[in-house]
Design a protein around this ligand. Structure first.
Ligand code: AKG
Ligand code: FE2
Length: 353
């Protein structure tokens, strides 16, 4: 058993971060260099303390796109109301997404992360929060501006672009179902530009020598409207489920072959006036001898002008059902997101009336 790393004083932290950044080889570089314990920068004080695990057999709902549209809409809306997460199946048949996607994109992201360190180095930037997480992430903005494709590593560029197109088709249909589930016309959320602002994040979670001392992604909600997540077969994503009596559990989102994971983000919670829920989720380190790969696409409104306001959709509020949030511009929303400290109040609370 490796000896635990001691806590890091603030002054040394800056030096450690600098050394990590300058190495330009990411967390995978640490693993390649043969670390046998989690370096202090990556240690989370008590990563698994917050809530117990759900009993085995509990899992997020499944929405099947081969169902007649009204039934699929009802299932998606029910899942968005109760869990905020669901598995989506039958998108290959229903939408013509090629069978080899997203597996090809996941494999290409893995291939990039497993290139020799010298070939990866050009792509490491820095993003070091309070306690660093055990992953390397490529982030690509696909909208509202045209993407700068040269920033995507060549070994996964075509696959990332192709997956963005297929995932956007998936996002469109899911937004249609969720609009209908609110009693609105199917294109209501798309018309609010909710498919136009897209960010793709490609995560690679290296095998970890001490999985219980760090996290892949700390508990958080996704800020945008909707997330479409593809994961490989390794697992590690968990969703927080809260019962009616307020007790909560972490539920494993076990990989389901051929399924995508869909989740509601903070903006959709707000636009739906709390009918749909944006729920906490996290990625724990697995003990398997295999690195994990996932690709999340976050759908956000593309219209960002200072005269464009977001908030509860007017059709959903009335004197009996008053708005629970005030209206705001995207620049206000993004400002609140980027200023928020880790562990501070939920993003939606900044806009609550
Ligand atoms: O890797 C995953 O399964 C989830 C990642 C995630 O939650 C995120 O990027 O927001
Ligand atoms: Fe997330």
């Amino acid at each position: 058993m490796a000896s635990p790393s001691p806590p890091v004083p603030q002054s040394d932290r800056a030096a450690l971060i600098k050394a990590f950044d300058e190495a330009r080889t990411g967390v995978r570089g640490l693993v390649e260099s043969g670390v046998s314990s989690v370096p202090a920068l990556f240690v989370h004080p008590d990563p698994y303390a917050s809530a117990p695990l759900a009993p085995p057999g509990v899992s997020i709902p499944v929405v099947d796109l081969s169902l007649p549209a009204p039934l699929a809409a009802a299932a998606a809306a029910e899942a968005a109301r109760t869990w905020g997460f669901f598995h989506l199946v039958s998108h290959h048949q229903a939408l013509g997404v090629p069978e080899e996607y997203p597996a090809r994109a996941l494999a290409a992201v893995r291939a990039f992360n497993e290139l020799p360190a010298t070939e990866r180095a050009a792509h490491y930037g820095r993003a070091m929060p309070a306690a660093a997480s055990w992953r390397d992430t490529i982030q690509i903005a696909f909208g509202p501006q045209r993407p700068d494709l040269s920033r995507i590593p060549a070994v996964c560029r075509d696959e990332a672009v192709e997956w963005d197109a297929h995932a956007t088709a998936v996002g469109r249909v899911v937004l249609e179902l969720l609009s209908e589930g609110l009693g609105l016309g199917p294109t209501r959320l798309e018309e609010a530009s909710c498919l136009e602002g897209r960010a793709m994040v490609c995560h690679y979670y290296p095998v970890c020598p001490e999985p219980e001392r760090t996290m892949g992604v700390v508990p958080h909600t996704d800020p945008g409207v909707l997330t479409v997540l593809a994961q490989d077969g390794v697992g590690g994503l968990q969703v927080k489920q809260t019962d009616d009596d307020g007790g909560s559990h972490w539920v494993d989102v076990k990989p389901v072959p051929g399924a995508l994971v869909i989740n509601v983000g903070d903006l959709l919670q707000i636009m739906s006036n709390d009918q749909y829920k944006s729920v906490d989720h996290r990625v724990i380190m697995n003990t398997r001898e295999e690195a994990r790969v996932s690709i999340a696409i976050f759908f956000n409104p593309g219209k960002r002008g200072d005269s464009v306001y977001y908030g509860p959709l007017p059709e959903l509020v009335s004197s009996d059902n008053p708005p629970k949030y005030r209206n705001f511009t995207m620049s206000e929303f993004l400002g609140a997101f980027f200023r928020r400290d880790l562990g501070s109040k939920a993003l939606v609370d900044h806009f609550k009336l």
